[in-house]
Design a protein around this ligand. Structure first.
Ligand code: PBG
Length: 342
């Protein structure tokens, strides 16, 4: 192959149709900004936080650099920071004092999430408190529901405890209840329990299309919620299934979900797009712990430019069709966006 440029015999560059010169719109940041199709703002984010027992605790999570387990007394400061960054919502996960077979730490009135919710609503009433509804952080076996004798997860008995969990979170002041357990029928039963309990004003964000994903690895470290035996494939979705994801979203909306979610985000962007096209309800995507950890690890090694890669990732999730992004990058991204004046 030769590297010398030879003049083209018959084609003059002036023959390139001027109508197709797309670079005209890329010439300056002003033009690029004017024709930008998708926007990313701090108001798109929900920031997940791990709450633990104790006082004055800010314990870094090794597999999620930049994230810490916080004790309840640290939440007011966190809430003020989120408000100052214009991030509208916080998502709470709890690490209880002790665990048992029924996951009672999830639904007792003074459970860790209930305490955290009360503290946040008192410190920063405007901040939206989203509570995760699941038993896996609270059961000694680490599964998302209660077990049958053969070790399988019982559906309906679990739904009862999940509804009790949701109700106690609402009583504590949660604005948005987000069931992530993947039991069948939980959205309808939780909606009914909330309505009968006098909480028909509380919102349900259903983890509808939640896959049995290896990308949750760092989360399970952080929340100490890895199953002690087996895995979650008998209740979370099988990654190859797209049509089933649409059925799950449709069902959850029919049962009363106000918002729906696809989780994880990056390996499932096709489903974010499809859900956006099929359903008009607000759509969330969860940029999960493994997705976060990968970028943090590559950035720490100097292999990628963290700011650019994170913002590119988040805009990609928005471009696919998500209205809301649950992401551990939220605070950093909000700071970067503010600096850019975006
Ligand atoms: C609870 C729950 C999990 C995540 C959110 N809620 C873990 C799991 O299902 O194993 C994962 C979030 C993340 O990885 O960031 N069931």
């Amino acid at each position: 192959m030769t590297t010398t440029q030879r003049p083209l015999a018959s084609i003059e560059t002036t023959d390139i149709p001027t109508a197709h010169r797309m670079r005209r719109l890329r010439r300056s940041e002003g033009l690029r900004r004017m024709v930008r199709e998708t926007r990313l703002a701090p108001t798109d984010f929900i920031y997940p936080v791990f709450v633990t027992t104790g006082h004055g605790v800010r314990e870094p999570i090794p597999s999620m650099p930049g994230q810490s387990r916080l004790s309840v007394d640290q939440l007011a400061q966190e809430a003020a920071e989120l408000r100052s960054l214009d991030i509208p919502a916080i998502l709470l996960f709890g690490i209880p004092e002790s665990k048992d077979a029924q996951g009672s730490g999830a639904w007792i009135p003074d459970g860790i999430i209930q305490q955290a919710t009360r503290a946040l609503k008192q410190a920063q009433p405007e901040l939206i408190v989203v509570t995760d509804v699941c038993l896996c952080e609270y059961t000694d076996h680490g599964h998302c529901g209660v077990l049958a004798d053969d070790g399988s997860v019982l559906n309906d008995a679990s739904v009862e405890l999940l509804a009790q969990t949701a109700l106690s979170q609402a009583e504590a002041g949660a604005d948005v209840i987000a069931p992530s357990d993947m039991m069948d029928g939980r959205i309808g039963v939780i909606r009914l329990a909330l309505d009968q309990g006098g909480f028909d004003d509380r919102t349900l964000l259903a983890y509808s299309a939640k896959f049995a994903s290896a990308f949750y690895g760092p989360f399970r470290d952080a929340a100490d919620s890895a199953p002690q035996f087996g895995d979650r494939r008998a209740y979370q979705m099988d990654p190859p299934n797209a049509r089933e994801a649409m059925r799950a979203i449709e069902r959850d909306l029919a049962e009363g979900a106000d918002m729906v979610m696809v989780k994880p985000a990056l390996a499932y962007l096709d489903l974010v797009r499809e859900a956006r096209q099929r359903f008009d309800a607000p759509l969330a995507a969860y940029n999960v712990s493994g997705e976060y950890a990968m970028l943090k690890a590559a950035a720490a090694n100097g292999w990628i430019d963290e700011e650019r890669v994170v913002l590119e990732t988040l805009i990609g999730i928005r471009r696919a069709g998500a209205d809301l992004i649950l992401t551990y990058h939220a605070k950093d991204a909000a700071r970067w966006l503010a600096r850019k004046g975006a």
